[in-house]
Design a protein around this ligand. Structure first.
Ligand SMILES: NC(=O)c1ccc[n+]([C@@H]2O[C@H](COP(=O)([O-])OP(=O)(O)OC[C@H]3O[C@@H](n4cnc5c(N)ncnc54)[C@H](OP(=O)(O)O)[C@@H]3O)[C@@H](O)[C@H]2O)c1
Length: 397
């Protein structure tokens, strides 16, 4: 029965291990060690981190400082896309182990499908190697569509089915198709941004439910997710909310109220992040909604900074889409494409990935100002696209 779920309840994984259904997110945490330590003290036993959050060391410190035995804490981390080769995945896991101060990581994910099928395949082989070495126990994916998983399973040397798929999931984006597919395959869905990053907690229906059950909107939303059978990893830097968010185990939503919340689903429109797991490249998908159909002139994106990705897309970025050709890594694509842009004076490799999404690869100088440039793998979609972003003062190309 759903009401019997507790803070330490687990769901079985398809590799005969299990995952705690309730976890703690750390993305964009301003006080990661303190927050994760608070969560552990409050009885959370599952921590979610990632290379790109740059807080694996802080997460490890929280584990070390807690009085909880390491083997009682479940840790998930994720490989970022600059490590998407077989050796890169092995090196990435090795770095994560070191930063976390652990001998084994419970679950390791490929953070997103974006760099393309070859990169997905190779990095998966690398994660399989890490399972064999005993460095990670379970491996999975994040932000992948069923098509990405199906394609991976046909590749040479792939002998482990992803154990989980971590995707955005909450009442306004219920991922029905994807969860149905995952259920059929025995892949556990891990719900990220289960609280909609706080953006939809003022919803009227949720407020009515909160009143009816004498709970908070956050608790209603989290409880609904639990009753949908997914793993949840809400994040908070506030002790009061860390406590509030675990207040979801000694009660349950009645079936007809679950159905009322089911009706809030808006599909992809309900997405509060910027990922569309159905699209090979959500970043491009987002741009394409707004771009000039001629693909020739610059456009202005009117997006506000998103707190979970440190203002990845600043407002009023100038973007130029140009058709291009590419090989597997997308990098050649960007270089080739940039050559066709009048006024590009020089380019060099970006020294580090400083965004959570997006794919900055090259920085350079255009006659009008500096630019940053990323290559996009659209092979699963409708052809190759390159994009150029200028962050500083470039008015028009
Ligand atoms: N795989 C991926 O691509 C991916 C993408 C996004 C997230 N994730 C993972 O999923 C975790 C959770 O997602 P998320 O951090 O995006 O969003 P979330 O957990 O849905 O929401 C976190 C936000 O809600 C606020 N909040 C927390 N508890 C609250 C409450 N009881 N009432 C009102 N507001 C509350 C937090 O603020 P305070 O901190 O100020 O309390 C924070 O701003 C991440 O931390 C990360 O580990 C993975």
């Amino acid at each position: 029965m759903a009401s019997q779920i507790s803070i330490t309840s687990t769901l079985p994984l398809n590799d005969r291990t299990s995952i705690p259904q309730f976890g703690f997110g750390t993305c964009a945490s301003a006080t990661c060690t303190q927050s994760a330590l608070c969560a552990l003290k409050q009885g959370y036993i599952h921590l979610d981190t990632a290379q790109i959050y740059k807080n694996e060391a802080e997460t490890g410190q929280a584990i070390a400082q807690s009085k909880v035995a390491h083997d009682r804490i479940f840790v998930c981390s994720k490989l970022w896309e600059d490590m998407y080769t077989r050796q890169g995945a092995v090196d990435g896991v090795s770095q994560s182990l070191q930063k976390l101060g652990l001998k084994q990581i419970d679950l390791y994910l490929i953070h997103n499908p974006r760099p393309g099928p070859k990169a997905r395949h190779e990095s998966w082989l690398g994660l399989q190697d890490c399972v064999e070495k005993g460095w990670v126990r379970s491996i999975g994916v994040s932000n992948w569509s069923p098509a990405h998983i199906e394609q991976l399973m046909k590749e040479d040397g792939v002998n482990i089915l992803p154990a989980v798929n971590q995707v955005e999931f909450h009442p306004w984006q219920q991922q029905r198709e994807l969860t149905k597919y995952c259920k059929e395959k025995g892949i556990v869905v891990v719900a990220y941004s289960p609280l909609t990053q706080g953006k939809r907690l003022g919803d009227k229906v949720i407020a009515q439910m909160a009143e009816k059950y004498a709970r908070t909107p956050a608790q209603v939303v989290l409880r609904w997710c639990l009753q949908k059978g997914v793993v949840i990893i809400p994040k908070s830097d506030k002790e009061s909310r860390i406590v509030e968010n675990k207040g979801i185990f000694d009660w349950e939503l009645k079936d007809d109220d679950v159905e009322v919340i089911d009706r809030l689903d808006e599909g992809q429109k309900g997405n509060v992040g910027e990922w569309d797991p159905k699209m090979p490249n959500p970043t491009v998908a987002m741009h394409e909604r707004k771009q000039d159909p001629s693909h020739q002139s610059s456009i202005t994106l009117e997006r506000s900074a998103n707190p979970t990705n440190n203002g990845l897309w600043r407002p009023n970025i100038q973007v130029l889409h140009i058709p291009g050709e590419a090989d597997d890594d997308g990098l050649v694509n960007t270089e080739e494409s940039a050559r066709h842009v009048p006024g590009v004076l020089n380019m060099h490799m970006a020294d580090r990935l400083d965004h959570i999404c997006g794919r900055p690869r090259l920085r350079g100088r255009h006659s009008d100002g500096p630019f940053m440039l990323g290559g996009i793998d659209q092979r699963d979609g409708d052809g190759w696209v390159s994009w150029l972003t200028s962050f500083d003062g470039l008015k028009r190309w």
